[in-house]
Design a protein around this ligand. Structure first.
Ligand code: ADP
Ligand code: ZN
Length: 760
């Protein structure tokens, strides 16, 4: 037994470096007043004087010396709660992100911070003395004069009071400190409460229906090997990244469920990241059936108070399994053992606005720090992850067969150009002859059809056939999309501008305008006309918005149960679903995404086509059927999707990427600058060349107008910065540019996006 005498605690540091939610890339130094010494800890929320007022901030570091010598160091105004709002692991992640994405530290911290923290924490003060008037005033007499009025206010109410009521009268700064002094003197008791915001408590459909507990299925050999391998890694309790590449329906979910169970048995926590769009009630139901109360779920359809409750359950250690979209990455997990990134190839893991972070990449950063195992999972992994697996950076796990025993679907390409030439496709129609006859056969056999067209609305343009006039968004440089339902309108898919559609050309007076190009509302109309007997539903952002809360859940559920025969729609129908009755999948226009100004266009087309094809015949004995309509059936992305052959696609795509120096063979950053005043933007643009440091290995491309030149009335330009893989100078070069450009930016908004996923 150790008999060491307790050591005297070292003196508490006197200065705090505080992160403030401002677009500045520095921490701010404050002096810690005596009464807060020792209470003020990293991660704590504080109130600080700033400019003429006060602001909330987060203590980032403590030090014995001020980190700033530029002038007077002011004291912290108050401490808002004793519990840190960001723990050590969260702060590490924020630090990392702020550096990697060259983003202001305070704004990065605020992205990680649960939104209700600000102003939502309440302190309940309870008078401990007698309630009888005479005794009460005697007690108040003994309280120091500067605290007496506050004590009297508390004592006035027998059930205590919340500091929001006090704040109006006594002012927020220092209030908590004075309450704490009263509590220390034994005059009152303080309890911290996380308050539910009053009013506005939105009624919401539960995302998860109560389900019977499902016993786990017996794993097949391939699954067994994957689970064993992950288990061994978990036992070593060290960072270990895996790429789980399993064909659609191969039972990947079951693999990581069992890995999660091992992790929980070790007393550690697990995080499951999913693309927002894949987080359907069906999937959430599977999670709940397995982890019950141990599951905390985060998704965008949730009310703030629900999110808060879930967050607190995680923080209190009641929910060791966290599932959610990108932002679940910031959950307060202190014993993280396993991170799963489902559909790791999804570009929606990248946030493009605000803090432009990639959820998958940051999951790796978080896991490395925590000594956790990471499983990136997909039927169509990204080229980046495939390259990391090929180089041995990730261990590769493979599932090559469907878990239900169903064979992989048969995919056929249907050439629309040829059908048009042979006059077998009616001009303006979307369903070609092959797809139509496949639909007839499938419906006749009593099976279901899923149709995918990745464009909402009726037609992407309304044109005058006489003078060529087309309707443009007044705020963006794009054509307005024609929507036929709920009433004819023209809408901007970027800024949501809307106007009623009229059938007269405003320029030449022509009476009937042509609705040009594909859209899923047009598809719906055509399907209803061709198959009047079949019941059909459309699922896209518009139908969800007009159908009200629960519309998407209802449609997906009813289709899974076989209530109707045809489901058509955008990406929403393509992802992750398990529909047992679907025997035919039709990809209505597979090459729609190929002509985007984006080097990943082919990869996305391949992934999307292979993913949606994977919805066919998931439980059938005979293979499901997939008809992929396209204009260019010789395109390598479509040919690879035909066999759902990821390796083949990789072999065809990699040489192109290597030659261009694009990921995974190079790193990119996109510098975007935008301005409401076009001339000021042009002037800034003309000066950018002078700010680009010439660093070996770093290439500057641009400045050029962004493909989407005007967005919400802002004019936009961009510079693409490129560095060969393995280089270490990209960040330095960007820093150099930023230092010069920021100083001159004036009305210009300057943003840096490291590892961009969108180039519009
Ligand atoms: P993936 O995520 O790879 O697309 P899922 O995990 O959704 O595949 O599994 C597809 C189907 O196979 C689900 O219905 C699942 O319940 C079932 N399944 C998974 N593992 C097994 C197994 N070992 N035996 C039988 N069915 C399984
Ligand atoms: Zn617009």
């Amino acid at each position: 037994m150790s008999s060491a005498a307790p050591l005297a605690a070292p003196p508490a540091p006197r200065f705090a470096q505080v992160a403030l939610p401002l677009p500045l890339r520095t921490l701010f130094s404050y002096h810690i007043p005596d009464e807060l010494l020792g209470l003020c800890r990293p991660g704590g929320l504080v109130l600080v004087p700033f400019g003429k007022g006060t602001r909330q901030g987060i203590v980032w570091e403590l030090s014995d010396e001020a980190a700033w010598s530029g002038g007077e160091i002011k004291p912290l105004a108050d401490l808002l709660g004793e519990e840190p709002v960001l723990d050590e692991a969260q702060r590490h992640l924020v630090d990392w992100m702020a550096r990697y994405y060259l983003h202001p530290i305070g704004l990065t911290a605020w992205t990680a911070l649960p939104p209700w923290v600000e102003g939502e924490r309440k302190l309940r003060a309870v008078w401990l003395g007698s309630a009888r008037p005479a005794e009460k005033s005697q007690a108040l007499e003994r309280i120091p004069a500067n605290l007496r009025e506050l004590a009297a206010a508390v004592a006035q109410r027998s059930h205590g009071l919340l500091d929001s009521t006090l704040a109006g009268k006594f002012g927020r700064p220092g209030l908590e400190r004075r309450l704490r002094q009263l509590a220390a003197g034994g005059w009152l008791a303080l309890e911290e409460q996380w308050s539910v915001p009053e009013g506005g408590r939105r009624r919401e459909r539960p995302l998860v229906e109560e389900l019977p507990l499902t016993p786990p299925p017996r794993l097949n050999d391939e699954q067994q090997i994957c689970v064993e391998t992950i288990r061994h890694a978990l036992e070593r309790r060290r960072f270990a990244p895996f790429l789980l590449h399993g064909v659609t329906g191969s039972g990947k979910t079951e693999v990581y469920f069992q890995a999660v169970e091992t992790c929980l048995a070790q007393g550690r926590q697990a995080l499951l990241l999913l693309p927002e769009i894949a987080l359907t009630p069906q999937l959430a139901g599977r999670f709940r059936a397995r982890f019950r109360e141990g599951l905390a779920l985060f998704h965008s359809g949730q009310s703030e108070s629900r999110r808060r409750e879930e967050w607190l359950r995680v923080k209190r250690g009641e929910a060791p399994v966290v599932a959610g979209a990108r932002s679940a990455l910031f959950a307060p997990l202190e014993r993280l053992g396993l991170v799963v990134v489902d559909e790791e190839h999804e570009s929606s893991y990248k946030q493009e606005e605000g803090l432009p972070y990639h959820g998958r990449d940051m999951a790796l950063v978080r896991a490395r720090r925590a000594g956790a195992v990471v499983v990136l999972s997909s039927a169509t992994p990204s080229l980046e992850s495939l390259a990391n697996a090929a180089s041995g950076k990730y261990a590769l796990l493979r599932l090559t067969r469907r878990a239900t025993g169903a064979p992989m679907p048969r995919v056929e390409l249907s050439d629309l150009t040829q059908a048009t030439r042979e006059k077998r496709l009616i001009p303006g129609h979307l369903l070609g002859p092959d797809l139509t006859s496949a639909m007839e056969e499938t419906l006749a056999a009593g099976r279901q059809v899923l149709l995918f067209l990745n464009r909402r609305g009726y037609a992407p343009a309304l044109l005058c056939p006489r003078c060529g006039f087309s309707f443009q968004c007044p705020h963006c440089s794009v054509a307005l999309t024609y929507h036929a339902t709920p009433h004819p309108s023209l809408r901007c898919h970027y800024c949501d501008f809307r106007q009623p559609a009229r059938d007269v050309c405003p320029r030449c007076g022509q009476q009937s305008l042509s609705r040009f190009g594909p859209g899923d509302q047009r598809l719906e109309k055509e399907v209803r006309e061709r198959f009047p007997e079949a019941r059909c539903a459309r699922l896209d952002r518009d139908s969800v918005a007009s159908g009200g809360a629960g519309a998407m859940e209802d449609i997906l559920e009813q289709f899974a149960e076989g209530t109707f025969e045809i489901l058509l729609g955008t990406q929403m129908v393509a992802k992750g679903h398990h529909f047992p009755g679907v025997a035919l999948v039709g990809v209505v226009l597979a090459d729609l995404g190929l002509n985007q100004p984006d080097f990943r266009a082919a990869e996305r087309t391949f992934q999307l086509t292979a993913q949606v094809a994977g919805r066919a015949g998931r439980e059938d004995v005979s293979p499901g059927r997939v008809v992929v309509q396209c204009h260019d059936p010789s395109h390598y992305a479509l040919r690879a999707a035909l066999s759902q052959d990821v390796e083949r696609f990789r072999q065809l795509e990699e040489p192109l990427r290597r030659e261009a120096g694009f990921p995974p063979f190079g790193r990119l950053a996109l510098i975007r600058f935008s301005c409401e005043d076009r001339a000021a933007g042009e002037l800034f643009k003309s000066r950018t060349r002078g700010w680009m440091p010439q660093v070996p290995g770093v290439t500057w491309l641009g400045p050029v107008e962004s493909p989407l030149f005007k967005l919400r009335n802002w004019f936009r330009w961009q510079i693409l910065v490129k560095e060969a893989a393995g280089g270490r100078r990209l960040h330095g070069a960007l820093e150099g540019f930023l230092a010069l450009a920021t100083a001159e930016s004036g009305p210009v908004r300057l943003e840096i996006n490291v590892d961009p996923q969108s180039f519009q």
